[in-house]
Design a protein around this ligand. Sequence first.
Ligand code: ZN
Length: 415
Amino acid sequence: MSPTTDRHSRLLPSLAPQLDNPPGPGDEALEAHALLNDAIAARATDVHLDPVQAAYRIRLRIDGRVIDALRIDAAHGLRLANQLKVLSGLNPVPSLVTAEGSFNWPLEVGGDEEAFLRVTAVNCVAGEKLAIRLLGSPRSFDDPLDLGIGKQAAQGIRRWMDATGGMLLVAGPTGAGKTTTLYTLLNQLRLTDSHVVTLEDPVEYEIPGINQIQVDSHAGLDFDTGTRSILRLDPDYVLIGELRSPASAQACLNVASSGRSLMGTLHSRDAVGVISSLRHLELTDGEISANLGMVIGQRLVRKLCQQCRIQGEPETDDIEWLDAIGLSIPDSVWSAPGCTHCNDLGYRGRTGIFEVWQLTPEDHARILRHDDEAILRRGLVERGEVLMLSDGLAKAEAGITTLREVLRMGAILPV
Ligand SMILES: [Zn+2]
C-alpha cells in the first residue's frame, strides 16, 4: 500500500517519495531523516507517530494545533518508528513501559544550528506510539509590538517598568506565550542601565547580559535561599520564572516588598484571575494589594496567511456566537483557503491577544475587601479597559486572525 494522500500531505514533501524506495544497506534511517527535515521546514514543534488500525498516522503540531499530515501503512510506520528510536538511543524492541530518549538534529540541512529532540515511546492498544518534541528553534525577543501588544498597552508596560518597585505578572493558561512575553520585556531592560537577575526553574532561554540563576534544590539553592542571595546582589529587577508553589510566591513577595521590581508568570484564565491564583498560593489580600502593580493577561491565536486571506460573509457558527454574546454581526469577515505559503493551512505563525491591567487604588481597595474576580473584572469594564475579547475581535476585524480563532481561545466574557 502506498502512502495515502491526506489533505496536508504537502507538509511532508520529502518523506512521501522516500517511503516508496525501500532503504538499502547504509541508508536505513533515510525515512526518519526526511521526516525530521520536513517537520522542521513546516515549523512543527511536535511530531506524532500514532498507530491506527493496521496503519500509522503522522501528525505535526504547527502553531499550537495538531495537523494530520500523512497516513502510512503499518510496515512503513514501524520502520519509521524504529529508525527514530535508534536515533534517540532507545531499544527498538517495544518496551512495556514508557521509554524516553533524545538527540540533536540540524535546523537546516548541512547547517550548524541544531534542535534538541526529545522522544517518548508509549505502548498503546493499537501499537507503539512515538511523540517527538522539537526544542530550540531560534527565538528572538526584540520588540513587544512583534508579540501583538498594542502600542498604548506597550507604553503602559514601559512606564510601569521605568518606575521601579512592585510586582508585574504575566498570566494565562499553559502554552499562552507567557515566558516569551516576559523575556521580551527583560530584553528591553538589558538595553538600559539597570541590573537584572533571574531565578528560574528551569532557565528556558539564555539572554546575554542578564544574570540568570537556575534553581537547584539538591545544592540547597531553592526559591527561599535563592532570593535572599539575589537581594544581596543589588538588583533593580528580579525575574522569578513561574509562580507555582507557596514558596515561589513568598519569594516574589520578599523581592517586591524590598522595593525592587519583580516579574513572573502565573497560570490563570485572565488578568484578574491572578488574584484567586495568588490567594491559592497563600498570599494574603494585604500582601497582594500592597505589592501587585500590573498584570498582563495573554492568549495565543494563529495568524491568517497574508498571502491567501480573503474577505467574505460570516459563517453561521460565527454569527451564532457573536449573537449569543450580544455583539453586532459584521458584513464581511476574513478567512484563508490555503496556499503554498501556508502549506494549505490558511494560517502561518501566531500572535498574542492581550489585556493589560494596571491596578488602581480602587482595585487595591477591592482586593483588600476580598472582592472576587467577577467584581474586579466589572471594575475594569466600567473603566473602559480593553479586555482580551475586545483585543481579539479587533485583530479579527483587521484580518490578523479569524473570528474562529478568537472564539476558540475561550476568552472570559465581560460581565
Ligand atoms: Zn496561504
